[in-house]
Design a protein around this ligand. Sequence first.
Ligand code: EPZ
Length: 417
Amino acid sequence: MSAYIIEGGSKLYGSVRVHGAKNSALPILAACILTNGECVIDDCPPLRDVEGTVRILRRLGATAVRDGDTLAVKASALAKNDIPDSLMREMRSSVIFLGALTARYGSARLSYPGGCELGPRPIDLHLAGLRSLGAKIVESGGGIECSAPDGLRGCDISLSIPSVGATENIMLAATAAKGRTRIFNPAREPEIVDLQNFLTAMGAEVRGAGGSIIEIEGGKPLHGARHRVIPDRIVAATYMAAVASAGGAVSIENVRPADIASVSAVLREAGVDIRESQNRIEVASEGRLKSVRPIKTQGYPGFPTDAQSIVMSVMASAQGTTMFVENIFESRYRHAGELIRMGADIRVEGRVAVVSGVKRLYGANVSATDLRGGAGLVVAALGAEGETAVGDIEFIERGYCGLDESLAGLGARISKR
Ligand code: EPZ
């Protein structure tokens, strides 16, 4: 397993461009199988999770040709409707293909995606939504058989939790369902709006994403389209936190400030100087930051769970105590133990973590426990005293392209071993 070696203490200066959003690219790539036409997806970075999705597309019989950050996908020769256990286990978010395959074929076979580092990742809302659309779903032996021999029919679906994945799966399936589907209490994330925009470009009739009801008029024939993936708001938040942790002044390019406003508000409260313009956020930080009021993770536009570990690393050396409440995932504090190895003072009790800021963290040997937890350790190491080795960076590479090069370009002393 590879590691990042980081010598803390170098302030960060310069500018850095944010790449396309992993959590937008994945459902958009799944949507490409809804048409025989060619789909060209721009700003689709070669992240581990994106390349995993490309492997699934190719296994299903689609072609996917990469030219830099642009992927051309054509599903005219699609020949399979099942995703094997090995590929499902590699990336549980592949469950997003359930809706798209059922829409395309009228049937799909997936193995259960199972849990991950963040705890059990149930898909009951995905399955309930597809059943509401008329799909017959048999769960047995760790597998899911989804079929709709008489096709799918639009209906009203109310989500008890505004699940991002369930919202996306239902949107994808509903494009093939006859009549109108309305999703009540959907996820409102920018990535959901991006998926709506791509489906609309393909000829689908989808509206309301980002709001409280998403409406899909299904049964329209879909054609190929070209689409640029929105910037990755969590990668942007990571760069903001890196400056907050290490100090300096950085211009973050290709970012939509509204997508990450809740994180900007917290960092401003801590004392970070943040200036926003249309596609840029300028971040400057000097000296020790202050603790902030409790941070409670919520669906968009609330504080994103994906930024929790990243901001915790900043608060670990702020003056005062900050409380975190992780409302989205059951076990998303595994990075806290690694931060404690770096001298952090963190108490975890169920969904609550109390972070009492210490003067400065010190370098240590730590390991990424998950994608964003690993990114948080990099943020902590940039501001720590001495050398930190962050192991298991394969987790980090699932969602960050060339994080070490980008940070080195800003003056960080970071290398990959
Ligand atoms: C998406 O995961 C993201 N992943 C996650 O990003 C992100 O943390 C999460 O949304 C929340 O914003 C992708 O988009 C690929 P959910 P998803 O369904 O769709 C429960 C990252 O770091 N739930 O909104 O799996 C679930 O257990 C990753 O980039 C059910 O109970 O998240 C969780 O507690 C990590 N039943 C909560 O809802 C279901 O059927 C929110 O999950 C589905 C979800």
